[in-house]
Design a protein around this ligand. Structure first.
Ligand code: PGA
Length: 250
């Protein structure tokens, strides 16, 4: 089964609305007519409406970097799925390692957010990955399996088709260290097998598994050229139109 790749930009805590618009004005001509892959931008929450407006008339989608699991409530500082949809966004990251590391986001919270996203027809990009200590201890497979089992608890095969997984080894994020294509492919096979064990092989074969962690123009084709790698979640190199478009054109 052929899976259409998703190339996603995680802008983290960078770019004002004006900077976001300037990026898009420069980026759109660089990817005009590019239909091979899907493209999505994940700006800061204050830029989301501007990004959606700037992308009007294109196939490029926008989403939140983090979404609360409740529709509304007394959750200071959070953004709800209804707020995401109200500005015309369609996607959300869930469980990015920086959320897990700095904001105590657990697999249980990831699971609640995943259920919420699917309930609201929001495309969830669920991030998983092992730390350096876990890799060096030989625990990569068990960490990935546990993150999937807990993160996907209660999800049925009927609901699961929209889910995207981003495999992001924590030691490769923002460090300039990239998993080799072989390491990434091995991890993606473990992830796909675990999804198959939980949700069946049809869902697993259709599910897009992105690689993330220091994806740059010069390593994109060796990673994205792998059959098992269905796109990329790009941080640092997504901040500049020329480098992100070069990754899109890998
Ligand atoms: P990086 O970030 O490309 O800067 O390593 C990836 C991510 O955090 O999603």
């Amino acid at each position: 089964m052929s899976r259409k790749a998703l190339i996603a930009a995680n802008w983290k805590m960078y770019k004002t609305p004006a900077e976001s618009k300037a990026f898009i004005d420069a980026f759109l001509p660089l990817v005009a007519g590019h239909t091979r892959d899907e493209i999505a931008l994940f700006p800061s929450v204050t830029s989301l409406a501007t990004v959606v407006a700037s992308l009007a008339g294109t196939e490029i989608r926008a989403g939140l970097q983090n979404m609360h699991f409740a529709d509304e409530g007394a959750y200071t500082g959070e953004t709800s799925p209804l707020m995401l949809k109200s500005v015309g966004a369609t996607h959300t990251l869930i469980g990015h390692s920086e959320r897990r590391q700095y904001f105590a986001e657990s697999d249980e919270i990831v699971n609640r957010k995943l259920h919420t996203a699917l309930k609201h027809d929001i495309v969830p990009v669920v991030c998983i990955g092992e730390s350096l200590a876990e890799r060096e201890a030989g625990d990569t497979a068990s960490v990935l399996k546990t993150q999937i089992q807990r993160g996907f608890a209660g999800i049925t095969a009927e609901q699961a088709a929209p889910i995207v997984i981003a495999y992001e080894p924590v030691w490769a994020i923002g460090t300039g260290k990239t998993a080799t294509p072989e390491m990434a492919v091995d991890a993606h096979r473990i992830v796909r097998a675990e999804v198959a064990a939980i949700l069946g092989s049809e869902i697993a074969q259709g599910m897009r598994i992105l690689y993330g962690g220091s994806v740059k123009p010069d390593n994109a084709s060796s990673l994205l050229g792998q059959e098992e790698i269905d796109g990329a979640l790009v941080g640092g190199a997504s901040l500049v139109p020329a480098s992100f478009s070069a990754i899109v054109h890998y």
